[in-house]
Design a protein around this ligand. Sequence first.
Ligand code: ZN
Ligand code: ZN
Length: 358
Amino acid sequence: MESPILSRLASHPHRRFNPMTREWVLVSPQRSQRPWQGQEEDVPPDAPATYDPNCYLCPGNTRAAGLKNPAYTETFVFDNDFAALKPDTPADEIEEKGLLFARSEAGRCRVVCFSPRHDLTMARMTVPELQHVVDTWAREFSELGSDPQIRSVQIFENRGAMMGCSNPHPHGQIWANETLPNELAKELAAFADHRRLHGATLLHDYLELELERQARVVCANDHFVLLVPFWAVWPYETLLISRKCVSALDELNNEERTALAEILRQATIRYDNLFRTSFPYTLGFHQRPTDGRDYPEFHLHAHFYPPLLRSATIKKFMVGYEMLAMPQRDVTPETAAQRLRDVPARHYLDTQPPGPVA
Ligand SMILES: [Zn+2]
Ligand SMILES: [Zn+2]
């Protein structure tokens, strides 16, 4: 049960603390007390064809660098032709009076095509198809992570034009760095402190609390839980947490990978159903650093950061106060979780007669 204090907080401005990053978010629920409009604009899906001869990700097509994609049938991974990080970067460093500091950064960038079908999204893929994606991510994490030059492997997907993704072909990216990026470094510090003080991982303790409260849980299966974190910044931000304390995808067995595929499908279907649109988001996994050390404090999880606020076209902007002071939201995380729980578990474009839902 949620505490009565939280019910009171839900009607006036308050700050919430994010223990994963140790930053604050301002919540102003009084600004969203108008009735839920939840516009379903029924923006017609721009239903692309299953194959696009001009798409550089479709099987058999030629990419910018003149390389030809194979006739792949499941997933396909290649080194990004316009990589932001390169393995052969020369080592250079500048440090002046403690004010100017720069260092060269080596790494690798890969593209992962989720499916040969140009027209699919995760929400429209089957569980076995999604499991190929999960298996590919796990394999890439191990392979890139075993390179002594690589210390962190960031797997992510930018979905939708609103997120700056110009190609609808279902695909994600992997950027592997020589150093720890900011977000991972912040979490790692918080995770290490928590384990030292409390013995368990921060996300183990947090998940236990959320499962007891239920107010922010969206959906769950035997191995994963999707919830709107107490400190969510984006209106429909969610956190996907593994029930088992594993530090990366490579520690998941086959059954757990199937469960991950299932909950990714369920999460993306719920997002699509919320405004009856192909929901844009950034999805990314946070996993242990790959310097060969053990990280028992690190707990595998994924973040969904979707920009939509009230409809298929009205997005949240991080401007003004957010840029200058701290993030702010109107709808409470509890209300957002309720809305994601209340939408059907079956995709709105799925015309099949109702069957057993996942
Ligand atoms: Zn394509
Ligand atoms: Zn994280």
